[in-house]
Each structure stands twice: as structure tokens, then as C-alpha cells.
Design a protein around this ligand. Structure first.
Ligand SMILES: Cc1ncc(C[n+]2csc(CCOP(=O)(O)OP(=O)(O)O)c2C)c(N)n1
Length: 347
């Protein structure tokens, strides 16, 4: 299957992000972190499912790089990289994956539902697509409070077939909210291939029906994702209303670690691996005159150390005490948003 054109729906040149080596480092860190998590899962050290995003790093990196601290992000189950990009400490993220007391939810959950509102990362819920209306709600708050922030909602092409997604986009379009919808189209929703999922090729084609623009880009090409995200996010932030970016990509591993993905063709996998976003960006860096061999060695060492530090922190952290199970269920008394008086004082 041919790779889609790098970018469709845009003709203007975009400003270049300067910190190319930082972008490279992020993609490598996300890959190293996820690969380690897959290995730890086989060692039975991870709590709950692991949904690897290996192969899709250019999307989370390219979309999150231009974001600002007050922006709100709703990732999906495959987006461990979003947490890393938003500044969540990898050690706390690893502790979350291991169900430890030092994790984001203090050992109450696996990765799947763990968010970090300190970094404005909303934890996914199990219902596919249900975090999109939440991101739209965050964007509504930005509008009401006249805040110049953007909400970003990631979703898969499988989730795109759910009602929540349509309701969220419709509401966002009607109220011209500052929300960016990002579809990570990896061609499979668990074992369901794209053509059994939807009758059109591009999810982005739906955007005009809600009154905003849809763009398509290669999700395996960091520069293509950035070219769009920088410009589109600036417009969304500037008050032009929502937008949708669809990134065409492929997941290397099964839907989750227990899935051998026997429903797909090896040839197809190999074809997509030949478009891996990391060597592709290395090629770019090399052509720009960087000593890529040296940079790769340095970055590999740095990411290895960082991931090992995260694992050591998580492994040496305690599991939560049983009596903590009912803590942090309600907002504490006096919390700015605790409007329900019946929850005040209960912990
Ligand atoms: C409403 C709903 N239906 C089914 C599921 C089970 N399920 C979890 S993930 C998944 C596949 C999701 O595919 P997609 O949205 O394309 O994202 P991807 O996993 O490919 O990144 C399915 C079917 C679910 N969690 N929620």
C-alpha cells in the first residue's frame, strides 16, 4: 500500500521548529520507554494492558512540540509519549504502569486511565472516543474565560466510528472552540481493518461537515506532522475554531501485548517498518550536516539511562497500602472546583 502524500489540505510553507535534536531525542526516548514497557510486561511487572505506540512516535512528538503549558491534552491508550512530551516525569509514569504508590493515581490504576492534571493530561476512559467531549469541554472553558489555550484530543480511526466523536466535533464546530482533533489512523482497530471500519479513505473528510478544516499527513514523517501542527495550532489558538489533523500511520506491535496480530500480513508490516519515523528523521538530520552516528550514540546512551532511572524508581517504590484505596476519590475539601458540598470533608 502506498504511503499517503506527506500533507494534503495545506499549501502554505510552515515555520520550522528550531530544536531538531530535541525532537529527535523525544522520539527516541518515547520508543525506548515503550520498548522497555513491552519487555517489563513479559516479565509480569506491569499492571494491566500495554498498548504500544511503537511506530507512531512522530505523531505525539509533532503534535505536542508546539503546545504551551496551559494547553489541555486528551491522549488515547496508545499515547504514553504524550505524557513524556507534556513533561510528566518518566519515573512517575513507569510507577503508574507498575501500580505503585508513586504513580500518577497512587497505585489505583494501570496506564490506561492514569492522567496528570498537573500537566493538563487527561486520563483515557475505557469507552473509545469518550475523552473527545471532555477535551471539547476544556475548550469551552477556555472560551468562557477568554483564555488563549488549545485543547487537543487524540483518537484512533476505530474510535472515529463512535457517536461521542461526532457529537464532540459537532459541538466544537458550532461554538468555534479552540480544539484540535488528531486522528492516529493506524489502519486497524484491534483486528478490524480500515475498510471494514469506514466507507471512505480519510477520516479528515468528515471535518467540513462540522464546519471546520480537515488535513491529512503522513504520521511517519515528523516534519510533515510538524509542518501542519505548528500552523494549525496557531490558527486554532488565534480563534479560528477547531481543526482536524489525520495522521496515517501503522502500529508495529499487536493491539496490546497479548495480541500476536495474526490478522495482518507480514509484508504489510515490513513495508511500514521501512518508513520508520526515526531513521527517516535521522536521514534528514544527516543531510542537514549533523554527525548522525555520533548523535545516535549519545542519544541512545541518554535515553537508556533515563529509562533505567524510571524503572529503578518504579521498582523501588512501594505498592499502596490497602487503607489508601478510598483516598483521592473525591476532591478534597476547599479544592477550587469542588462544587458539590456533600463531598467536602470526605477523603
Ligand atoms: C466503545 C468501545 N468499543 C470497543 C472497545 C474495545 N476496544 C478497545 S481499543 C479498540 C481498538 C481501537 O482502535 P482505534 O480507535 O483505531 O485505536 P488504536 O487502538 O488502533 O490506536 C477496541 C475495539 C472499547 N474500549 N470501547
Amino acid at each position: 500500500m502506498p504511503e499517503p502524500t506527506a500533507v494534503r489540505g495545506s499549501t502554505e510553507p510552515a515555520p520550522r521548529v528550531e530544536h531538531e535534536l530535541q525532537l529527535y531525542y523525544w522520539m527516541k526516548l518515547i520508543r525506548a520507554f515503550e520498548e522497555r514497557v513491552s519487555r517489563l510486561h513479559r516479565q509480569n511487572k506491569i499492571l494491566g494492558g500495554v498498548y504500544s505506540g511503537a511506530g507512531q512516535e512522530a505523531i505525539v512528538t509533532g503534535i505536542c512540540a508546539p503546545l504551551q503549558p496551559g494547553d489541555f491534552v486528551a491522549p488515547i491508550h496508545r499515547d504514553m509519549g504524550v505524557f513524556i512530551m507534556r513533561g510528566v516525569d518518566p519515573g512517575r509514569l513507569m510507577a503508574q504502569l507498575m501500580g505503585k504508590e508513586t504513580g500518577l493515581s497512587r497505585g489505583k490504576d494501570s496506564f490506561l486511565h492514569g492522567g496528570d492534571l498537573e500537566h493538563l493530561v487527561f486520563g483515557s476512559t475505557s469507552m473509545l472516543g469518550s475523552s473527545l467531549p471532555v477535551a471539547v469541554g476544556a475548550a469551552l472553558k477556555f472560551k468562557m474565560k477568554k483564555e488563549k489555550n488549545v485543547a487537543v484530543a487524540f483518537f484512533g480511526e476505530g474510535a472515529a466510528s463512535r457517536g461521542d466523536v461526532h457529537e464532540a466535533m459537532n459541538f466544537a464546530g458550532v461554538h468555534k472552540l479552540a480544539v484540535l482533533f488528531v486522528c492516529e489512523n493506524n489502519r486497524y482497530a484491534y483486528s478490524t481493518p480500515l475498510e471494514k471500519q469506514m466507507a471512505i479513505e480519510d477520516v479528515a473528510d468528515r471535518a467540513p461537515a462540522y464546519g471546520f478544516k480537515g488535513y491529512v499527513c503522513s504520521g511517519n514523517d515528523l516534519l510533515a506532522v510538524l509542518e501542519l501542527s505548528e500552523r494549525v495550532i496557531a490558527r486554532v489558538r488565534g480563534g479560528e475554531g477547531p481543526a482536524l489533523i489525520e495522521c496515517k500511520t501503522y502500529r508495529y506491535r499487536g493491539h496490546s501485548e497479548h495480541d500476536a496480530a495474526l490478522y495482518r500480513d507480514q509484508e504489510e508490516l515490513i513495508e511500514w517498518q521501512s518508513r520508520d519515523p526515526i531513521p527517516r528523521f535521522e536521514y534528514y538530520l544527516e543531510k542537514k550536516g549533523h554527525d548522525i552516528k555520533r548523535i545516535r550514540e549519545q542519544v541512545d546512551e541518554r535515553t537508556r539511562d533515563e529509562v533505567q532511572k524510571a524503572v529503578d524508581f518504579a521498582e523501588s517504590s512501594p505498592l499502596p497500602e490497602p487503607q489508601e484505596a478510598l483516598e483521592d476519590i473525591y476532591a478534597p475539601s476547599g479544592a477550587p472546583n469542588s462544587s458539590n458540598p456533600s463531598t467536602n470533608g470526605t477523603r
